[in-house]
Design a protein around this ligand. Structure first.
Ligand code: 2AM
Length: 174
């Protein structure tokens, strides 16, 4: 099964991300429907490893994280964007938790070489032209504040309509 760990987002932030997506609608882009903040993509995991994985992540001991939305960014870069995203600040607080998760899971999953916390807005299906890139780059993101109070282990099932996420385990942050 295909798994990942992520922070679910509060409803008002999900709604706001949806509003931002309406400003960048374009046939070259795919706009995912369930915005979240990925902490670690685990990929295909054998079902018999699930209990061990759940036991490990139960050990995560972290405090709630207060964040605000940051400016729009692009992976790999603005010259040839493949993923368009909204940043979160302070990123360091999320990176700290991600590193704790990486260490905890190091015997089951490779560590992430680079981790840049983000909320994916769009994936680029076909190259977008410079005017469109410029328009997206100029999109102002309100620095809305929110609190992360849980980390969730999700299963992702890929369907023709897009991925469907189900919650398999939840860790409350203190
Ligand atoms: P992202 O959208 O924040 O980039 C579930 O597939 C989530 O895992 C995606 O939303 C994606 O987060 C993240 N992910 C990271 N690496 C991935 C990969 N190689 N394949 C699919 N998803 C990946």
């Amino acid at each position: 099964m295909r798994l990942f760990l992520a922070f679910p987002l509060p409803t008002d932030i999900i709604t706001y991300v949806g509003t931002l997506q309406t400003h960048i609608e374009d046939p070259h882009l795919r706009l995912p429907e369930s915005p979240h903040l990925t902490i670690k993509f685990l990929g295909e995991v054998d079902e018999e490893k699930l209990d061990a994985l759940k036991a490990l992540i139960k050990k995560i001991d972290a405090k709630r994280i207060n964040l605000r939305l940051g400016p729009i960014g692009a992976f790999a870069d603005w010259k040839k964007p493949r993923v368009l995203w909204v940043g979160v600040e302070p990123a360091q607080d999320v990176i700290r938790l991600q590193q704790q998760v990486d260490v905890l899971l190091k015997d089951m999953f490779p560590k992430d070489e680079k981790f840049h916390p983000h909320i994916t807005l769009a994936r680029v299906k076909e190259d977008i032209d410079a005017p469109m890139t410029g328009k997206i780059q100029k999109l102002a993101v309100e620095p809305r504040e929110f609190t992360i109070d849980k980390l969730v282990l999700y299963r992702s099932v890929l369907t023709r309509q897009g991925p469907v996420y189900t919650e398999l385990a939840k860790i409350d942050l203190s």
